[in-house]
Design a protein around this ligand. Structure first.
Ligand code: FE2
Length: 447
């Protein structure tokens, strides 16, 4: 009966291939459901308006999601395209800066709905035929599908930033997840001993080009805050006149806060002197002293650290504290707690809470060194400029990372409550200008 046994390995391989395709199809579907869920309660007026010149109108993001999918999962992967060149130009982020996007002839809501569905239908057909074990780096192990799924998730977060900047009637999501209570740790800082660790990753399935290649880094020992800086701590800096003390500020940051009249994080205001409130998605709430500060620029984070007698961690310090397991001398590639997928007990990710949790709310999400809240809640500014790792090769397109390398951008790590789990990991790098505050971004200090 050897004839029955022999074909088995082929059956197993086929099953594996089929499972990967099913997983990718399911993830594509799930990403789309979330995009539509987020926009469900947004009026047409708010969808078409530009709420801030640093953001696109939401309707651009919506159409762009489908166009990026057409570009990568039909055109680049299989040489097929359904749309005219003009549509590719309208939705090419590198052609029209965000400030000018309202002037584009974008698809309206109904046409965009149809466009998303048409592209998706074709994409799923091609996926069935695709060879995901080919030598083609784009298709191998489904990389390009994961890239497109992450792209949709990233635009979900961008859309939430836009909704947070929106004026007028507040944004009311269809539902909101309850968060666990905060539990601030006893130790304010954790010591990470000096020595080697592996920075970055060689993963070719999920990781984007700037996350690799992996390389060995030797760092001196350092202290890092156990949790992100809270509103309560940041308020002490504000009330201590932190925004008036020139010596605390980077000279460029000092000029920027003076010219723009900035004296507190974005969305903070006082009802009475010293009675601080914040605005979240158009609704007022008292400042929560136990939650991480959010919507601060790199310059504000940097000034705070100086006031506190500390500094921002470098990107390498952040990644070591998040990912290195000193007992086994191995790296946790995906999350501070290990390779298991995030759950609501481990981290505040995936948008549904619509706010950061209070610090210390996720002891189960601690890194090997005992550092808390590194993934989720708020992005964290690092001291580092966005630069290529040694041996970097851009893939699959220069405009994803390479054109942004240099001193203009600072690196952010860890994702926020608005980041979907597929779009964050210990090695994931985000970047923005040091004056930017629309991100769900805070920081922690090092010493
Ligand atoms: Fe995009």
């Amino acid at each position: 009966m050897t004839g029955v046994l022999l074909p088995l390995p082929f059956i197993v391989m086929d099953t594996r291939k089929q499972t990967l395709k099913e997983d990718l199809a399911r993830a594509l579907q799930e990403a789309r459901e979330r995009t539509r869920w987020l926009l469900e309660s947004v009026s047409d007026e708010d969808l078409y308006a530009q709420h801030d010149e640093i953001m696109s109108p939401l309707i651009w993001d919506y159409g762009h999601i489908a166009n990026y999918e057409e570009l990568w999962l039909l055109k680049e992967a299989f040489g097929k395209e359904l749309s005219e060149q003009a549509l590719f130009e309208i939705y090419d982020a590198t052609i029209t800066p965000r400030s000018e996007r309202p002037s584009l002839e974008m698809l309206d809501r109904a046409s965009a709905d149809r466009y998303l569905d048409t592209i998706r239908e074709q994409v799923l057909k091609e996926l069935q035929k695709a060879d995901l074990e080919s030598g083609d780096a784009l298709l191998k192990d489904g990389f390009v599908y994961n890239m497109v799924i992450q792209h949709e998730a990233q635009h979900n977060e961008t859309m939430l930033q836009t909704l947070q900047l929106k004026k007028g009637r507040g944004y009311e999501p269809p539902e909101q997840r309850q968060l666990p209570a905060g539990n601030p740790p006893e130790e304010e800082m954790v010591f990470v001993p000096g020595g080697r660790f592996v920075m970055g990753t060689d993963d070719e399935e999920l990781a984007l080009d700037n996350e690799g290649p992996a390389y060995e880094v030797h760092l001196p020992g350092f202290y890092i805050d156990t949790t992100p800086v809270t509103n309560g701590s940041y308020l002490e800096f504000v009330e201590d006149g932190g925004y008036e003390k020139r010596e605390l500020w980077d000279p460029v940051g000092w000029d920027w806060i003076r010219e723009n009249g900035i004296s507190a994080p974005k969305h903070w205001y006082q009802k009475e002197p010293h009675d601080w409130w914040t605005e979240r998605f158009g609704f007022d709430e008292p400042l929560d002293a136990g939650a991480p500060v959010v919507h601060v620029s790199w310059y504000e984070a940097d000034a705070y650290t100086r006031w506190a007698g500390k500094r921002l961690p470098t990107e390498a310090e952040w990644e070591k504290a998040a990912s290195w397991d000193p007992k086994t001398e191995t790296k946790r590639l995906l999350y501070p707690w290990g390779e298991e997928q995030p759950t609501p007990e481990k981290a505040n990710l995936d948008q549904l809470a619509f706010r950061p949790a209070q610090v210390g709310a996720y002891p189960a999400g601690a890194s090997a060194y005992g550092v808390l809240g590194m993934i989720g809640d708020v992005w964290e500014w690092t001291a580092s400029d966005f630069a290529a790792y040694p041996g970097f090769e851009s893939f699959p397109y220069r405009e994803y990372s390479e054109v942004f390398f240099g001193p203009d951008y600072k690196v952010l790590r860890g994702g926020s409550w608005a980041t979907r789990p597929c779009a964050i990991r210990n090695t994931f790098r985000n970047w923005d200008y040091p004056i930017r505050r629309q991100l769900f971004v805070g920081f922690r200090c090092a010493r």
